[in-house]
Write a protein that binds this ligand. Structure first.
Ligand SMILES: Cc1cc2nc3c(=O)[nH]c(=O)nc-3n(C[C@H](O)[C@H](O)[C@H](O)COP(=O)(O)OP(=O)(O)OC[C@H]3O[C@@H](n4cnc5c(N)ncnc54)[C@H](O)[C@@H]3O)c2cc1C
Ligand code: FES
Ligand code: FES
Length: 1384
C-alpha cells in the first residue's frame, strides 16, 4: 500500500516556525476598552501536515501571497485575483461544529486573507502528491490527458480533492461538475478532465463493458470497438485495481481515504484564540465571540467586517480600497448558528457560509440526517426553495464555501442574488451594536440607494430570519446571466404571490435585481396585482404594462442591454405567472417552466489509429502532465526570486486618445519600497523605443501622446509588487483629450485605415458572374473580438549580467527570437548578448506571439537601468487591457447563384479592427482573405481586406489568425442565402463544394488537389451522427414546443497550413546525444500546452530508435536554436518536426557503423559510448523549410499559399430557451482529417479544446468597451465569460477521417497541423442556435431572414425571437443617445 504523506512525517516532529519578514513597522497598541491580554499576534495552522506558527504576518497579503512568497509553494497559481478562475484553489480542512466531522472546503486563495486558515489545516496541490507518488486525482487527470498547459490544473485537482475527501472518494457525477463550477480551463475543453473524475464515481460508467470484464487488459477508457467511452451508464461496480488510462497505462489501485493526509490531531483540541496583528498601515482582528466583535466595532466604528472577503478583496485589488482595520467575522459560532422555529421560519447566523446555508435549506426541503432539522411540507418552503435555487447559480463552489449572506446583504449590490429573495420574503435582519439593544430591520425597505442601506455604520448584522410560507403562498426565483454557472446576474428576481381559493391575488411582491441601482420591488406591478383574479387575461397584460412603467430603462442605461433587461423582467414574470397557475392545477403554458437540458457529459473519441507504430501514433500523455497536476511544473512567475529583484508595474493611460501634458512621478518615489521609475527618457535613443513584429513601429513607452486606454507611459520599479502598485497609483498624469475611435463602423466613417496594406484576391469577373446569376443577394455580418484568456497572464523576468550588456530574459513567450531581438534593440546591444529562455507557457493561443515582447522589453529596460533583475507579471485586468484580442470583423458581401444553385459570383469586403498599431494585422487580414472561400467553389470571386485603425489595444494573433473570421463571413452568407432561396442548406453546400476531380482552384488560385476531403468528411460524419434522422426529430420537437426550441446543423472547415510570411516557414533543432545514451533535444518551438515537446520527443525517439524516456527537452532558448519562428500557425509540429528529423538523420548516419557493429538490439548507451570513444560528433543541428509555397498577393499566377489544408466538419444540436436566451449544446460530433497523427490523444485534445474555445468565441465571449471613454469594460472573468465545465456539449464525439492512407501528404510522418483548424467548428453552435431561433420566430409570424451576429449571446438570442413580450420591452435610443457599452 502507498504510504500516506502524513505517515511519513510524524506529527510530533513537524512543528516549524515561519515568520513573515515583510511586515513593516509597529503593531499599534489596542485601545483600553479591548482587553489586549486575551489577544495573540500569532497565527497557528497546519500546511500540508506541517505545523506553522506565524508571528505577526503581513496584514496586506492574501493566503496565496503567503503560499507563494513565504512558504515558497508555487504550485498554486494566480490566474485572475478575483475569485473567477479557480487557478488558486486550495483546500482548508476544519472540524465542522455542526457535525463534528472534518469538512474540506475548496476556496480561492487569491481573495482569502491568511487569517482564514488560523486553527485549520491548509492543503495545497504539493501536499497531496508529487511526480513520484501522485494522488489518484492527480494521476488520473494526467493520464486521461486532462492537462495541457497545466496552469489551471492544480486548482482543478484541488477542487476534485476536496470533493473526494467530503464524499469518501465516491462522488456522484452531479457533485463532480458542481465541484468545478468555479474552475476554468482554456485548453482542454474539459471533457478529459470530467472523464478522469468520472472514474471515481462508484458504479462503472460502462456497465457490462467495464474493463474488469476484459481479458485483453484494455484500459479504463478503452471501450468497445476501439472507442473511448465515459460516463453515461449506471452499470456495475468498477474493479479499481484494474483501472487504466485510455492509453492503457495502469493507474493506482482504488482510491481510499486512508492514504490521505490526516487531519492534525492537535487541531481537534485547538481552541481558536482571539487574534490581533498587523502594522501601522493595517491591522487585523479575529474575534471568536460576538461580544468581542461588537467591542471591536465600537472601538473602531469604521472597521471593516470581513466575511468570505469575496467582495472586499475585489475592492482592494480592483479599486485600491484601503481597509486599515479589518475584522474577520467568520469564526464566531453565534454568527454561524441556525435553527428552525416551528410555524415561523428559519433563523440563521449572518456569517454562515453559503455552502452550509445551501445544506440547511436542502435539509428543510428534502430532509437530511446531517442536522437536527425537520423536513418541511413543500408549501412551507417557498422562500427556502427560492434561496436554494439562487445559491445553485451563485458564484462557484470556492466562493460559496467562504462567502456569507451578510456579505451579500451589506454589499447591497443591485445584482445580488440573495437580496431579491430576502426582500420578497420581508426577511428580518438582527443588527447589533455594543451597548445597545439588538434591532430588527426588515429587508422590505433595507436598500436606500446605490450601495446604501439602513445598516448603521457601527451595526453588525448578526442573524437573518426568513419566514416559511403558507399553502396559499407561491414563490419562485429566476436569474439570467451571460453564462449559466459562476456568473453574476444580468437580471435576477424573486416573486411572491398569495392567492385565495377564488384565484384572487391577495398579496404580491415582484422583486428584481439588475433593473435599478438597488434591489427593487416593482411597485406598480406588485400593487396592481393585489385584488386581481389570476385567471383574468387582463391581469397578465396589465401587469406587463405596469412592469414596463416600473422599469422604464433608458437606452444608455449603465450596464447596457436595456431592451434585454426589460424583456427579462417581463419574461420572468410570465414564467412565474404560469408557475403559480401550475401550482394551482390551472391551465398553464408548460414550456415556459422548462429549463434547457443540461445533462452529464458523455461521448467518445475514435481511438483506432491504423498508423500506430512503436512510438509514433501512440497516445502518450503530455510529457509534463505529472508535473502539472502536482504543481511541480515551473512557469515564469514560479522562478524563485533573484538576488536584488524588483517588481515592475506599468503606469497605463486612462485615456483612449490624448496629449500627455505632464507626468509627475515624484510621489511614487516617496512610496516606501519604490526604487525607480522608467520611461522613454531612459532609452538610449528614440529607435530603441520601437518594436513590432514586421517593421518595428510600436513604442514601448508613450511619446507625448497616448493612443488607447492601456498604453504604457512608464514603469514603477519597487521591492515588492504591493509597493510597485502603490507607486503606480501615485504617478500623476495630465492629459488633453483628443477625439477617439473605438469601433469598425466609426473607423469606416472616419476613413481610418492602415491603408498601405489592402490584400485582395480575385478570380474571374464579378459583374459577369452576377449577370449569370438567377439570384443575387447582399448582406452585412459582424463578428466581435475574443480575449485569449490564457490562464497564465503575460510575464517576464529580466536578469542583467554584469558584463558586456548581456541579459537573460525569461518570458512567457511564443516567440523567443522576436523577444530576444527587441530586448536587444531596446537595451542597445546585439542580439547575440541576449538569451531568451522559455520553459513553458500557461497557454498562449497567439496572444503571446508578439504581445509578449512589450513586457519583456519593459522589464529589460528596467533591469538595465537599475542593474537589478526585474520581474513583471501582468494582473488579469492589466493583461486584458493591454495585450489585444482576436480582431473584430465587419463583412459586406454580395453574391449570385444560378438556377441550379451554383454560385456564380462572390464578392466580400472584410474589415478588421486592428486597434492602434498594426502588430500582426497584416497577416491576420491576409489569412481572413484566404479563408473567405471556406470550402466552396466560385468562378468569379473578389475578396478585399481592410485594416481599420482605432483607439483600442492593438489586436493580435489568436488561434485561427483571421481564418475563422473569413470563414464566418462565407458561412453566414450561405445560411442567409439558403433561407432566401428556400433551399436546404446541406443541399446548397453539396452543390457548391470544391470538386477535386474538376481541376478547380481556390479563390486565391491554389489548385484543389486530392487532399481536399470535405465531401467525404461530411458524408461519414452525417452517417455516424445519424444526422438526417435527428434533423427530422428536431423538427418534430419544435412543432411540439413553443418556448424551448432545438436546432441542428453542420459546419465544414478547411484551414490552410503554412505561415503567410514565407520566411517564417523554417525551423531548427539541436540534438545532443551524451555518451551515457541520454538525449537532450532542443527545437525552435515553445510548449504552451499544445503538446509540441511531447510530439517532438516522440519523433526524436522514433528516429533514433530509443525509448521515449531517453529523450529530454529542457526548454526553448535562443542560444541553443537561433532565429526561430514563433510557435504559431499550426505549423510548429511540421516545421520543428522536420528539423528534428533532419538532425536525427545526421546522427543516425554517424551511428550507422555502431548499429551494424552492435546489432539491432544495441542500446543507445552502448552505441553512444563507443562513438564518443571514437571521437564521433554526437551533436547535430537540424533544419527544415517548407517546400513549394510562396504566395504573393496580386501575382497573376501565384505559388500556393498553403502546403496543405487541415479539414473537418461538425454537427451540433442545441436547445434554446426563447424566453430567456439560455441555450445548451445537446450533442456535438466532429470529424477531422488529421492525416497520420503523431500522438492521437494530443490531437484530440487540440480538437476538443479548440472547438470549445470556438464555441465561446461564437456564443458567450463578448468583449465590450465603454462608449463614452473608449476603455475596455471586460477586464476579468467577472465580466468576460469563457465556457465552463457545464457548457460543453452534453454528448461530445470526436472521430477522424477514415479509409485514407494519406500517402499524398509529404509532411513529417504524414501528419497534419491541428492546433487552429477545429476552432471554427465552434460556430456550429451559433448556426444551430440560428436554426432554433428561426423556428421560434416562425411561430411568432416572423419569416424574414435572420442575421445573427457573433457572438450570439443570450441577449442577442432573446432579442431575435421577436415575440410579443420582447416587442413590448424594446427601448429605442433618443436622438444622439449612445449605448453604454459597444463592441469594437
Ligand atoms: C467570483 C465571484 C462571483 C460572485 N458571484 C456572485 C453571484 O453569483 N451572486 C451574487 O449575489 N454575488 C456574487 N458575488 C459577490 C459576493 O460573493 C457576494 O456578495 C458574497 O455574498 C459576499 O459575501 P462575503 O462574506 O464574501 O462578503 P465580504 O467580502 O467579506 O464582505 C462584503 C461586505 O459585507 C460586509 N459584512 C460582512 N459581514 C457582515 C456582518 N456580519 N455585518 C455587517 N456587514 C458585514 C463587509 O464589511 C463588506 O462591506 C461574487 C463574487 C465573486 C468574487
Ligand atoms: S486566481 Fe483566484 S480565482 Fe482566479
Ligand atoms: S490546461 Fe487548463 S488552462 Fe491550460
Amino acid at each position: 500500500m502507498t504510504p500516506s504523506i502524513a505517515s511519513l512525517v510524524p506529527e510530533s516532529s513537524i512543528v516549524s516556525t515561519v515568520s513573515q519578514d515583510i511586515a513593516k513597522g509597529e503593531l499599534p497598541p489596542l485601545p483600553k476598552e479591548i482587553d489586549a491580554s486575551s489577544y495573540t499576534t500569532v497565527l497557528t495552522f497546519y500546511l500540508n501536515g506541517v505545523k506553522q506558527v506565524v508571528r505577526n504576518p503581513n496584514p496586506e497579503g492574501t493566503l496565496l501571497d503567503y503560499l507563494r512568497l513565504n512558504a515558497h509553494l508555487t504550485g498554486t497559481k494566480l490566474g485572475c485575483s478575483e475569485g473567477g478562475c479557480g487557478a488558486c484553489t486550495i483546500v482548508v480542512a476544519s472540524i465542522d461544529p455542526d457535525t463534528n466531522s472534518v469538512y474540506y472546503a475548496a476556496i480561492n486563495s487569491c481573495i482569502a486573507p491568511l487569517i482564514f486558515v488560523e486553527g485549520k489545516h491548509l492543503i495545497t496541490v504539493e501536499g497531496i502528491g508529487n511526480v513520484k507518488n501522485p494522488h489518484p486525482a492527480q494521476e488520473r487527470i494526467a493520464y486521461f490527458h486532462g492537462s495541457q498547459c497545466g496552469f489551471c490544473t492544480p486548482g482543478i485537482v484541488m477542487s476534485l480533492y476536496a470533493l473526494l475527501r467530503n464524499t469518501d472518494g465516491s462522488p456522484s457525477k452531479d457533485q463532480i461538475v458542481e465541484a468545478w463550477d468555479g474552475n476554468l480551463c482554456r485548453c482542454t475543453g474539459y471533457k478529459p478532465i470530467i472523464d478522469a473524475a468520472n472514474t471515481f464515481v462508484s458504479g462503472c460508467a460502462r456497465g457490462k463493458d467495464c474493463c474488469k470484464n476484459k481479458s485483453n487488459g484494455q484500459g479504463c477508457g478503452g471501450g468497445p470497438n476501439g472507442t473511448t467511452t465515459n460516463s453515461d451508464g449506471n452499470g456495475m461496480e468498477v474493479d479499481m485495481n484494474k483501472l487504466m488510462s485510455p492509453n492503457g497505462m495502469p493507474l493506482k489501485p482504488a482510491y481510499t481515504a486512508d492514504q490521505e493526509l490526516i487531519f492534525p490531531p492537535s487541531l481537534r483540541k485547538y481552541e481558536l484564540p482571539p487574534i490581533y496583528f498587523g502594522n501601522f498601515r493595517k491591522v487585523w482582528f479575529r474575534p471568536t465571540s460576538k461580544a468581542q466583535l461588537l467591542q471591536i466595532k465600537s472601538a473602531y466604528p469604521s472597521a471593516k467586517i470581513v466575511g468570505g472577503s469575496s467582495e472586499i478583496q475585489i475592492e482592494i485589488k480592483m479599486k485600491a480600497a484601503n481597509y486599515n482595520v479589518s475584522v474577520f467575522a467568520n469564526d464566531i459560532p453565534e454568527l454561524k448558528a441556525f435553527s428552525y422555529v416551528p410555524g415561523q421560519g428559519l433563523h440563521f447566523g449572518s456569517n454562515i457560509s453559503l455552502s452550509r446555508l445551501e445544506e440547511v435549506l436542502h435539509a428543510l426541503i428534502e430532509g437530511s440526517d446531517k442536522f437536527s432539522l425537520p423536513k418541511l411540507e413543500p408549501h412551507q418552503t417557498g422562500f427556502f426553495r427560492a434561496m436554494l435555487h439562487q445559491l445553485k447559480y451563485f458564484a462557484g463552489r470556492q466562493i460559496r464555501n467562504a462567502a456569507t449572506p451578510a456579505g451579500n446583504i451589506a454589499t447591497a449590490s443591485p445584482i445580488s442574488d440573495l437580496n431579491p429573495v430576502l426582500v420578497s420574503a420581508h426577511a428580518v435582519l438582527t443588527v447589533e451594536q455594543e451597548g445597545k439593544e439588538p434591532m430588527e430591520l426588515s429587508m422590505a425597505d433595507f436598500f436606500i440607494s446605490y450601495r446604501n442601506t439602513k445598516l448603521p455604520t457601527e451595526g453588525i448584522i448578526t442573524s437573518i430570519f426568513v419566514p416559511e410560507t403558507t399553502k396559499l403562498q407561491h414563490v419562485a426565483a429566476y436569474k439570467q446571466a451571460k453564462r449559466k454557472d459562476d456568473d453574476i446576474a444580468i437580471v435576477t428576481s424573486s416573486f411572491f404571490m398569495e392567492v385565495d381559493d377564488n384565484n384572487v391575488i391577495t398579496q404580491a411582491r415582484l422583486v428584481y435585481g439588475g433593473m435599478a441601482p438597488i434591489t427593487l420591488a416593482a411597485k406598480d406591478a406588485s400593487s396592481f396585482l393585489v385584488g386581481k383574479n389570476l385567471l383574468d387575461r387582463e391581469t397578465l397584460e396589465s401587469t406587463f404594462s405596469c412592469l414596463e412603467r416600473d422599469f422604464n430603462l433608458p437606452y444608455g442605461v449603465p450596464g447596457g442591454m436595456a431592451t434585454y433587461r426589460r424583456g427579462l423582467a417581463l419574461s420572468f414574470f410570465y414564467r412565474f405567472y404560469n408557475q403559480v397557475k401550475s401550482d394551482l392545477n390551472l391551465e398553464f403554458d408548460a414550456d415556459v417552466l422548462t429549463e434547457v437540458t443540461r445533462d452529464h457529459v458523455k461521448g467518445k473519441r475514435d481511438i483506432v489509429n491504423p498508423f500506430e507504430s512503436r512510438i509514433l501514433g501512440k497516445s502518450n500523455p503530455h510529457l509534463s502532465a505529472l508535473k502539472q497536476v502536482t504543481g511541480e511544473a515551473v512557469y515564469v512567475d514560479d522562478i524563485p526570486p533573484q538576488h536584488g529583484e524588483l517588481f515592475g508595474v506599468q503606469v497605463l493611460s486612462t485615456k483612449a486618445r490624448a496629449k500627455i501634458l505632464s507626468v509627475d512621478f515624484s510621489a511614487a518615489l516617496e512610496v516606501p519600497g519604490v526604487v525607480d521609475y522608467v520611461d522613454i527618457n531612459d532609452l538610449p535613443n528614440r529607435e530603441a523605443n520601437m518594436w513590432g513584429s514586421v517593421n518595428g513601429y510600436e513604442p514601448f513607452f508613450a511619446d507625448g501622446e497616448v493612443f488607447y486606454a492601456g498604453q504604457c507611459i512608464g514603469v514603477v520599479l519597487a521591492e515588492t509588487e504591493l509597493a510597485a502598485n502603490e507607486g503606480m497609483r501615485a504617478v500623476k498624469v495630465e492629459y488633453e483629450d483628443l477625439p477617439f475611435i473605438t469601433t469598425i463602423e466609426e473607423a469606416i466613417e472616419a476613413n481610418s485605415y492602415f491603408d498601405h496594406i489592402k490584400p485582395q484576391t480575385y478570380k474571374g469577373d464579378i459583374e459577369e458572374g452576377l449577370k449569370k446569376a438567377k439570384y443575387v443577394f447582399e448582406g452585412t455580418n459582424r463578428m466581435g473580438a475574443q480575449e485569449h484568456f490564457y490562464l497564465e497572464t503575460q510575464g517576464a523576468l529580466a536578469v542583467p549580467e554584469p558584463e558586456d550588456g548581456e541579459l537573460k530574459i525569461y518570458s512567457s513567450s511564443q516567440n523567443p527570437t522576436e523577444t530576444q531581438h527587441f530586448v536587444a534593440s531596446a537595451t542597445g546591444v546585439p542580439d547575440s548578448r541576449i538569451v531568451c529562455r522559455v520553459k513553458r507557457l500557461g497557454g498562449g493561443f497567439g496572444g503571446k506571439e508578439s504581445r509578449c515582447v512589450q513586457l519583456a522589453g519593459l522589464a529589460s529596460i528596467g533591469a538595465v537601468k537599475t542593474k537589478r533583475p526585474v520581474r513583471m507579471i501582468l494582473s488579469r485586468a492589466e493583461d486584458m487591457q493591454t495585450s489585444g484580442q482576436r480582431h473584430p470583423f465587419l463583412f459586406k458581401w454580395r453574391c449570385g447563384f444560378d438556377e441550379n444553385y451554383k454560385m456564380t459570383a462572390y464578392e466580400v469586403d472584410l474589415y478588421c479592427n486592428a486597434g492602434w498599431t498594426m502588430d500582426l494585422s497584416k497577416g491576420v487580414i491576409e489569412r481572413a482573405v484566404l479563408h473567405a472561400d471556406n470550402v466552396y467553389f466560385c468562378p468569379n470571386v473578389t475578396v478585399r481586406g481592410w485594416i481599420c485603425k482605432t483607439n483600442t489595444a492593438s489586436n493580435t494573433a489568436f488561434r485561427g489568425f483571421g481564418g475563422p473570421q473569413g470563414m464566418f463571413a462565407c458561412e453566414s452568407m450561405f445560411y442567409e442565402v439558403a433561407d432566401r432561396m428556400n433551399i436546404d442548406l446541406d443541399e446548397l453546400r453539396r452543390i457548391n463544394y470544391y470538386d477535386k476531380t474538376q481541376n478547380q482552384s481556390t479563390s486565391f488560385k491554389q489548385a484543389i488537389t486530392e487532399d481536399f476531403s470535405i465531401p467525404e468528411i461530411v458524408e461519414q460524419l452525417h452517417v455516424e451522427s445519424d444526422y438526417e434522422a435527428r434533423k427530422a426529430q428536431v423538427s418534430a420537437f419544435n412543432k411540439e414546443h413553443k418556448w424551448i426550441k432545438r436546432g441542428i446543423t453542420t459546419t465544414p472547415t478547411k484551414f490552410g497550413i503554412s505561415f503567410g510570411a514565407l520566411f517564417l516557414n523554417q525551423a531548427g533543432a539541436l540534438v545532443h546525444i551524451y555518451h551515457d545514451g541520454s538525449i537532450l533535444l532542443t527545437h525552435g518551438g515553445t510548449e504552451m500546452g499544445q503538446g509540441l515537446h511531447t510530439k517532438m520527443a516522440m519523433i526524436c525517439a522514433h528516429e533514433l530508435q530509443v525509448p521515449l524516456d531517453n529523450v529530454f527537452i529542457s526548454e526553448t532558448a535562443t542560444n541553443t536554436v537561433p532565429n526561430t519562428s514563433p510557435s504559431a500557425a499550426s505549423a510548429s509540429s511540421d516545421l520543428n518536426g522536420g528539423a528534428v528529423k533532419n538532425a536525427c538523420d545526421q546522427l543516425n548516419e554517424r551511428l550507422r557503423p555502431y548499429r551494424e557493429k552492435f546489432g539491432p538490439n544495441a542500446t543507445m548507451r552502448e552505441m553512444a559510448h563507443a562513438a564518443y570513444m571514437d571521437r564521433v560528433n554526437l551533436s547535430a543541428n537540424g533544419f527544415y523549410k517548407t517546400p513549394d509555397i510562396g504566395f504573393i498577393f496580386g501575382e497573376e499566377n501565384p505559388k500556393p499559399a498553403f502546403y496543405y489544408f487541415t479539414q473537418g466538419a461538425c454537427v451540433s444540436e442545441v436547445e434554446v430557451n426563447m424566453l430567456t436566451g439560455d441555450f445548451s449544446v445537446i450533442r456535438t460530433d466532429i470529424k477531422m482529417d488529421i492525416g497520420r497523427p503523431i500522438n492521437q490523444a494530443i490531437d484530440y485534445g487540440q480538437i476538443e479544446g479548440a472547438y470549445v474555445q470556438g464555441q465561446g468565441l461564437f456564443t458567450t465571449e463578448q468583449s465590450l468597451w465603454f462608449a463614452h471613454n473608449g476603455q475596455i469594460f471586460t477586464r476579468g472573468p467577472g465580466a468576460y465569460k469563457i465556457p465552463g465545465f457545464r457548457d460543453i456539449p452534453q454528448e461530445f464525439n470526436v472521430t477522424m477521417l477514415k479509409d485514407r492512407p494519406f500517402n499524398h501528404l509529404n509532411t513529417i510522418h504524414r501528419s497534419k497541423g491541428i492546433g487552429e483548424p477545429p476552432l471554427f467548428l465552434g460556430s456550429t453552435v451559433l448556426f444551430a442556435i440560428r436554426e432554433a431561433v428561426k423556428a421560434g420566430r416562425k411561430q411568432f409570424g416572423l419569416d424574414d431572414v435572420l442575421v445573427l451576429n457573433s457572438p450570439c449571446t443570450a441577449e442577442r438570442i432573446r432579442l431575435a425571437v421577436g415575440d410579443d413580450i420582447i416587442k413590448r420591452a424594446v427601448v429605442t435610443p433618443k436622438k444622439g443617445e449612445k449605448p453604454f457599452l459597444v463592441e469594437a
